[in-house]
Design a protein around this ligand. Structure first.
Ligand SMILES: NC(=O)c1ccc[n+]([C@@H]2O[C@H](COP(=O)([O-])OP(=O)(O)OC[C@H]3O[C@@H](n4cnc5c(N)ncnc54)[C@H](O)[C@@H]3O)[C@@H](O)[C@H]2O)c1
Length: 116
């Protein structure tokens, strides 16, 4: 679960825990908060673009990756579109590649336009 210390991701992580899943949250805490991560989930503090994140997703043996880590600030999207794309586009592509390499069966990605 990326972005699981954020607003939506923390609720999704809670729902996974409630249904009995083991949950690992990957979040840099750049915007999210440690206390948002529901009890019972393991928190790994790392950037979605980092080697630590790559190793976690590739080697974690996950069945499902739910991707909610995002640069959400529209002002930043406008003032620094390269940074926005780096987190939101490169971050997503990284995750997809690592999930594929790690044998993850399903990736859930939420954008502002819907759920894929
Ligand atoms: N909030 C809404 O109303 C809403 C509506 C529709 C879709 N969404 C989508 O849901 C997703 C999450 O939104 P949210 O409202 O929970 O945002 P949020 O800012 O509360 O959560 C995003 C999380 O991602 C983390 N993060 C940011 N950059 C990171 C990085 N480089 N590496 C690792 N972690 C990083 C932040 O620390 C934060 O915990 C976004 O893709 C957003 O577009 C949100």
């Amino acid at each position: 679960m990326t972005g699981g210390a954020g607003f939506i991701g923390s609720h999704v992580a809670e729902a996974y825990l409630r249904r009995g899943d083991e949950v690992v949250v990957l979040d840099s805490l750049v915007h999210g908060r440690r206390e948002n991560v529901p009890a019972g989930a393991e928190l790994v503090v790392a950037d979605i673009r980092s080697p630590e994140a790559a190793a976690l997703v590739r080697d974690g043996g996950f069945d499902l990756v739910n991707h909610h880590a995002a640069q959400m600030d529209v002002r930043v999207s406008v003032s620094d579109p390269r940074f926005d794309a780096d987190v939101n586009v490169r971050g997503l592509l990284n995750l997809l590649e690592w999930a594929l390499a790690g044998g993850v069966k399903r990736v859930v990605y939420v954008s502002s336009g819907g759920v894929v």
